[in-house]
Design a protein around this ligand. Structure first.
Ligand code: 2P0
Length: 311
């Protein structure tokens, strides 16, 4: 048996939409930061029959079953018991599937001595959930449709911090998988999204290399708002925000306009992630905590990639 931990990641340049065909390959490049503090811990044991338990509850999960079946086409794997727990809400726009699949593949690799490299583990994790490929690495991470996931910059090289404003713990009504397929097939903006994302990715990589916070802030907020415009233009429209989300966006914009080094990003859920330079974290957290639509605030730094730990 082995135990692995992984952290969720949040994209600063978003992906939304798959390439046609098999393999769960994103259609466009994306760039993320891996978060510390939020953690999924997964244990894999050889067992008499397959089972899955998440946060203490027995579960059937088609994506987990599909990934294990795909691994069995390539490797000889016995039946296994998978036990996973996390310290943050599942399915609420905090990338629980990313940390979940990254930890699962890492634990399977170790338990059954598959000898996979981080890049190979990322490719397997991507089959479970595409953004999971990014959680194999720490710090700043790129996910290219052709080249796969790779580290761009170590977390110590630019230690940004993130304040997460949780505005709801409810599970999202439309999953990312379903939502992005709906956008691809119905949004009149999907072509523009596909065409413009590579430029956002190049701009963000450059900003990270130069440690240019303002340039990264501009590109990341643009990518986020463009993603949500794409979602809104889908039929039926995808609206992941609530009133607290809007209040938090306005608060972050107010701070940034007054010179505080902070920008917002939002995924397929209502939580607002405020990315900031460490000197601004307390100011940002205090401001977001004041908002009536914000249930609680979490402060996290940048995290390491998925790894095996002692039980
Ligand atoms: C991202 N998101 O780049 C974008 C932005 C959410 C909004 O990747 O279908 O969990 O399981 O492969 O990777 C969420 O989608 O989707 C996601 P599946 P995934 O982070």
């Amino acid at each position: 048996m082995a135990v692995a931990v992984a952290h969720p990641n949040i994209a600063l340049v978003k992906y939304w939409g798959k390439r046609p065909g098999h393999g769960n390959v994103p259609a466009t490049p994306s760039l993320s930061i891996t978060l510390d503090g939020l953690t999924t811990r997964t244990r894999v044991d050889a067992a008499a029959e397959d089972s899955l338990e998440i946060n203490g509850e027995g579960r059937q999960d088609a994506k987990v079953a599909g990934l294990i079946a795909a691994l069995r086409e390539r490797f000889v794997l016995p039946a296994m018991r998978i036990t996973s727990c996390g310290n943050f809400p599942v399915g609420a726009g905090l990338a629980s599937s990313a940390s979940g699949f990254a930890a699962l593949v890492t634990a399977v690799d170790e338990t059954f001595s598959l000898g996979l490299s981080p890049s190979a583990r990322a490719a397997w994790a991507r089959r479970g959930s595409a953004s999971a490929a990014r959680s194999l690495f720490g710090g700043f991470v790129a996910l290219d449709p052709d080249a796969g996931a790779s580290a761009v910059l170590d977390r110590d090289e630019w230690p940004l911090e993130v304040v997460i404003a949780v505005t709801s713990d409810a599970v999202k009504a439309v999953s990312s998988t379903e939502g992005m397929e709906r956008s691809r097939s119905t949004s009149p903006f999907y072509g523009a999204w596909m065409q413009s994302t590579a430029t956002d990715f190049d701009e963000a990589c450059r900003a990270i290399r130069l440690r240019d916070f303002e340039a990264l802030a501009d590109t990341a907020e643009h990518s986020c708002l463009k993603l949500h415009a794409l979602m809104l233009s889908t039929r039926p429209g995808l609206l992941y925000w609530n009133a607290g989300t809007i209040d938090a966006i306005r608060a972050v914009r107010g701070l940034r306009g007054a010179g505080t080094p902070v920008f917002f990003t939002i995924d397929a859920g209502p939580q607002v992630k405020a990315v900031c330079l460490p000197a601004a974290t307390t100011t940002v957290a205090d401001r977001l905590r004041e908002l009536s639509g914000v249930k609680r605030v979490m402060r996290v730094g940048l995290g390491a990639g998925a790894r095996v730990v002692e039980d």
